[in-house]
Unconditional design. Structure first.
Length: 545
């Protein structure tokens, strides 16, 4: 690769390019910080679930003391960081038009193979499809790490969804200290095997105070070549569907859980979908929630009831649900119900939110900065009250690469249409152990564990369940062999060794069982099942040093 010289992208809003961001120091937002410090904990149902009161008081006090030395953009980032500390993606800061926030003429997207310019307006069309290596003084990875501190999030997937957007705002780039010159922001990009350094200027101001993306991008140039895949079609329609006659698949796009257009209610629209399921008998039904940013979660119950009333549909090989980093709020709640109550196969990326979540935010207006802080007011419990996951994982992980996107390929759709015909991994392990080939069983399990599609599958739990099934059938020897394979592949799992200990004990191998239980406690000194087992056996746990 070779490096070329700097070139400058013209700004479509040239009159704005010469307006430097507000560099005044001594921003008088202390009244705002005082109000925020007091009111957010009082209004939020549990502001100190993920952080301590002491940490909050320390952070708000620190910002209050530093404000006289900060610029407007640094103060803005400071308030954004405070709100993000709560760890609730619904508790956010809503900038107002009076702030005059601007944007660069590019849209960034975090693909599986890096950060790319996915779209751009005509002034930056030459950057479309370029991989971004550096933003200002930092690498793209460092930029995403820094912006994560101001993006209210519950998992890293939500940061991947929205961090790139915030990195296209000059005032945020300045406030985070990513570049010394945000009016001619240097980017290091890779295109066609060449590394170039370019500079981009702000292109305009946000046209509205809120919304998922307050920029009109309808005429921007996309890196995608050819027709849009189904998931990118009809972006302005919250609920639509089509039958793909070639594959006999019913595709349902649900971008928002809202009442239907005009007089059509949400229930009436779902009735049309299920009438089509009943009359057309499609080979598969795909409900796409990867762009579902929320709505009214109470509307999710009806489609779940309709799925459960159709056993022929409610099958893992016929009902598929696509989720992703932007599956959020009511979209997350719908995912929770689908995962818990139905046999649907989840495909795509992990969701953008925790299964249990805070929501239904209410505004707090800050009088000096005129920022609006939206504060959650309600806790929404996941179907499983013990669910502490930070996201719902897909059973089939289908990361999107820049090459796939450029070619118009949807890996989730491809995976659904070309199901894996290989036997389930638990079945392979069972067969190989029964044939006296535990080494082959271990290889099969490792190969499945290393497969990209299985990145978020709990194969350890599946093999564990196989072991217990064999124990229940009185096949103690094979059960021990299966659970031993599990400990070899998942050597840092206390639960795997605890299960092995139980099988060894059932096989009459007391000393080996004690060794397995001790290994579980060595991995996790607080693992109660193994501690209790050792106490029953009159053995002392051996703790790791």
């Amino acid at each position: 690769m070779k490096r070329t010289i700097i070139w400058i992208i013209a700004c479509s809003g040239a009159t704005l390019a010469g307006q430097a961001p507000d560099g005044r120091r001594g921003i008088d937002w202390r009244a705002d910080v005082t109000l925020l410090a007091r009111e957010l904990p009082q209004r939020h149902p549990d502001a100190f679930h993920w952080i301590t009161r002491a940490l909050w008081d320390s952070a708000t006090g620190d910002l209050d003391r530093r404000l006289p030395a900060l610029t407007r953009n640094q103060a803005l980032v400071g308030i954004l960081r405070l709100v993000a500390m709560v760890g609730d993606a619904h508790t956010t800061v809503e900038p107002t038009p009076s702030l005059g926030l601007r944007y660069y003429p590019i849209e960034l997207y975090s693909f599986d193979d890096g950060l790319f310019v996915r779209r751009a307006d005509s002034s930056a069309a030459g950057l479309v499809g370029a991989k971004v290596l550096r933003i200002g003084a930092v690498t793209s990875e460092q930029a995403l790490d820094r912006v994560a501190a101001i993006v209210p999030h519950e998992n890293d997937w939500w940061v991947r969804a929205w961090g790139p957007f915030w990195l296209t705002i000059p005032e945020i780039v300045d406030g985070l200290g990513l570049a010394s010159d945000v009016e001619r922001l240097p980017l290091v990009v890779e295109r066609d095997g060449r590394i170039d350094t370019v500079r981009i200027a702000p292109a305009g101001r946000f046209s509205e105070a809120h919304g998922p993306v307050p920029i009109d991008m309808h005429r921007w140039v996309s890196m995608r070549q050819g027709p849009a895949p189904l998931w990118e079609q009809r972006p302005d329609q919250p609920f639509w569907w089509v039958i793909d006659s070639t594959t006999r698949s019913l595709y349902v796009s649900l971008r928002a859980v809202v009442p239907g257009p005009q007089s059509n209610s949400n229930r009436a629209l779902w009735d049309q979908v299920f009438a089509l399921v009943d009359s057309a008998a499609p080979r598969r039904v795909v409900i796409d929630l990867r762009e579902n940013l929320g709505g009214n979660g109470f509307l999710n119950r009806y489609p779940i009831q309709q799925i459960l009333a159709r056993p022929a549909l409610n099958r893992s090989d016929r009902l598929f649900v696509v989720i992703g980093r932007r599956t959020f709020s009511a979209g997350q709640q719908f995912t929770n119900l689908l995962e818990w109550w139905t046999q649907a196969t989840l495909v795509g990326e992990p969701s953008g939110q925790r299964p249990s979540q805070y929501g239904d935010h209410r505004p707090l207006d800050l009088p000096v900065s005129h920022l609006t802080v939206q504060i959650s007011s309600v806790f929404h419990q996941a179907p499983n009250e013990f669910d502490t996951r930070s996201f719902v994982p897909p059973a089939i992980y289908t990361p999107l690469t820049s090459t796939d996107y450029r070619r118009g390929i949807d890996p989730a759709w491809t995976a659904i249409l070309t199901p894996d015909t290989a036997p389930p991994v638990a079945e392979s392990v069972d067969r190989l152990v029964a044939a006296g080939d535990p080494a082959g069983a271990e290889r099969a399990l490792r190969a499945a564990q290393d497969a990209v599609v299985n990145r978020f599958r709990s194969l350890e739990a599946e093999i564990n369940a196989l072991g217990y099934r064999l124990l229940g059938e009185g096949k103690t020897g094979p059960a021990v062999d299966v659970l031993l394979v599990n400990t070899r592949v998942y050597a840092r799992s206390a639960n795997a060794f605890d299960s092995l200990g139980e099988a060894l004990l059932a096989a009459g191998k007391r000393e080996e069982a004690i060794a397995a239980y001790r290994q579980a406690v060595a991995i996790d000194p607080g693992f109660r099942p193994s501690i209790a087992a050792l106490q029953r056996l009159g053995a002392v746990p051996t703790l790791a040093h």
